[in-house]
Each structure stands twice: as C-alpha cells, then as structure tokens.
Write a protein that binds this ligand. Structure first.
Ligand code: SF4
Ligand code: FES
Length: 200
C-alpha cells in the first residue's frame, strides 16, 4: 500500500502499519496489552478517501493511506482539542495533558486552547488505599474498563451515561473502596492520562 505516498508493507491494522513505518500518530485508547477499543478517535487517518480510525481498520485491502493529508490532520486536531478540553483540573487549566503519552499526542497537533468549553462538575475518588481517580483528567478512553474486564475478568469499572454525562464509575453510588475492585492496579497501568494514579 501507499502510506503518505510511499510504498510500505501492509501489516495488521492501519495503525500497526503507520507505527511500523516510523510515523507518529496519536492513539490514546490503544494499548498493546488490550483488544482494540476504538473510542478516542485520536488515530483518524484518510484511507482511500475515507476518514477512519487507524487502530480498528485492517491494512489489508487499503490502497492509499494518509496520516498527513490536510483533512486528516484538521479532523484529528479537532478531536485532540475536544479531548484536551475534557481535562479541566489544575494541571490542565486550559485543557491540558497529564501524562507523557497525552502530552506527546497534543503537542504533535498544536491544539488551540479554548476551542471547546472545559468539562465541569468533575469529582475525585480517593477512597481506595492504593490509587485515586481524578475525573478532571479522564478522557473516557475506556482503557481502564477494558483492562479490568479483559485482563482481570472482574468488570469493576464501567462508563455510565452518554455524551456529556458519560463518566467512569466503579458502580452506581459506590466508591472504588466499596466496589468489587481488587486493587490489582491494571486500570492504573492502562490509563493514558493519569486520571487513575497510584498513591504515595
Ligand atoms: S480513567 Fe484513564 S483509562 Fe479510564 S477512561 Fe479515564 S482516561 Fe481512560
Ligand atoms: S486509538 Fe484508535 S480510536 Fe483510539
């Protein structure tokens, strides 16, 4: 296939092919240890004229893929601006990153501050003795949910609500300490923004 105009070998997903070619592409909900989630849309590329999520699109059958087309970059930047605006706490007062992974993703697309209103009404859950959850850094990528379900088979974390009411929760009306969470730490390790972070 042609990737940004250069012939490359298609392998796995478009994201696999892009990364194998040494091209940087944000992919905030893709964790090598987890099945594809396809939630964050930060990996959008143009493939044969369509905008698709690179992580969930098989490379086989795609003739031309562009990470650098004007359309792909513009749409990805919008997604990253929206994602950054979900982070409203002190470290992200203008909608900012909380980890090296998200910092790199944002920096690569020069998001314009203030394009979207910051999320409000966020809460923190400090109840677990080993980790804490800070909603003002959460981008709803679902990596924690998938790690808890797919790696640990516990299912202690979910995303409740939709759209602007969506939030990560260990269960209706319960804190992490009160939930069925076993404090294994898989969710903390999977979180790309440090919304889930270890204590101490
Ligand atoms: S807590 Fe972290 S891993 Fe879970 S949805 Fe939020 S940003 Fe993603
Ligand atoms: S990495 Fe592809 S949608 Fe999140």
């Amino acid at each position: 296939m042609k990737l940004n105009g250069v012939s490359v070998e298609a392998t796995g997903s478009l994201l696999d092919t892009v990364l194998a070619a040494g091209i940087a592409l944000p992919h905030l909900c893709k964790d090598d240890n987890l099945p594809v989630i396809g939630a964050c849309r930060t990996c959008l590329v143009e493939a044969d004229g369509r905008i698709v999520a690179a992580c969930s699109t098989p490379a086989a059958g795609v003739q031309e893929c562009a990470t650098d087309s004007e359309r792909a970059v513009r749409i990805r930047r919008g997604v990253l601006e929206l994602t950054a605006a979900m982070q409203s706490g002190p470290a992200g007062a203008a909608g900012g990153p909380r980890s090296a992974e998200s910092l790199e993703a944002y920096a690569s697309h020069a998001p314009r501050p203030g394009q979207y209103g910051l999320r409000s009404g966020t809460h923190a859950d400090l109840s677990n003795p080993f980790f804490s959850f800070h909603e003002d850094a959460c981008i709803l990528c679902a990596r924690c949910v998938t790690a808890c379900q797919e790696l640990q088979h516990i299912g202690a974390i979910g995303i409740a609500g939709r759209g602007h009411t969506a939030r990560v929760t260990p269960g209706a009306g319960v804190s992490f300490r009160e939930s069925i969470c076993t404090s294994c730490g898989s969710c903390v390790a999977a979180c790309p923004t440090s919304a889930l972070r270890p204590k101490g």
